[in-house]
Design a binder for this molecule. Structure first.
Ligand code: GRF
Length: 200
């Protein structure tokens, strides 16, 4: 069997999606393994999840760098140090430079808590997304995993998981039910991409 693809996960926060990836990658037949978890904030809760799982962690704090380009070079250097072959953004709250995005073309994934192309783009994150779904009166929402390209939330979708929007939904209840779908969608999408890349 081909070796598992080395994934690097970038986080800024609690890392529940990271946890879903850690759990999936613990299965012997999963086609990827997590080689490193990198956070841009030392307080990111996901760092504890990674440490518990015995995964190497790094903090690359964006406030230590004079420019986005300098921050992105430090990220790149860390990813290379761990031999990362595919990058997963999992609640990572920094916009990446076109140079960085270009160097990971076809090998960087993001998860978004809506059915892209609906409710994506700048300013569409966290609770704002779920509020927008309710305000639009959408019948469905869900999770999308997509390849990262220069346009925010615009890259090709790898897979989506849908749920109905319920009449009694608030942004918080919708967020919680979408998050459950994210935790299924991200490991599935990483497996799809890892299988594709291992064959290519
Ligand atoms: C998720 O809702 C994800 O879609 C978004 O940020 C959130 C991260 O949550 N990009 P967690 O840190 O994985 O718990």
């Amino acid at each position: 069997m081909a070796e598992a693809l080395k994934a690097g996960v970038l986080i800024s926060g609690g890392g529940s999606n990271l946890q879903a990836l850690i759990d999936a990658a613990a299965k012997p037949d999963y086609p990827a393994r997590i080689a490193a978890v990198i956070a841009n904030r030392s307080g990111a809760g996901g760092l504890t999840r990674a440490r518990k799982a015995g995964i190497p962690t790094e903090i690359v704090d964006h406030t230590d760098y004079p420019s986005r380009a300098a921050f992105d070079s430090a990220l790149q250097e860390a990813l290379e140090r761990y031999g990362v072959e595919i990058v997963c953004l999992a609640g990572f709250n920094r916009i990446l430079t076109p140079g960085f995005v270009g160097s990971w073309e076809g090998r960087m994934l993001n998860i978004h808590p809506a059915l892209l192309p609906r409710h994506g783009g700048k300013g569409m994150y966290g609770i704002h997304v779920h509020r927008a779904v309710l305000e639009a009166g959408d019948a469905e929402s869900g999770a999308s995993v997509h390849l990262v390209t220069a346009g925010c939330d615009e890259g090709p979708v790898i897979l989506q998981r849908k749920i109905p929007v319920l009449p009694e939904d608030t942004p918080d209840t919708l967020a919680a039910r979408v998050l459950e779908q994210e935790h299924i969608a991200y490991p599935e999408a990483l497996a799809v991409m890892a299988a594709r890349l291992r064959l290519s």
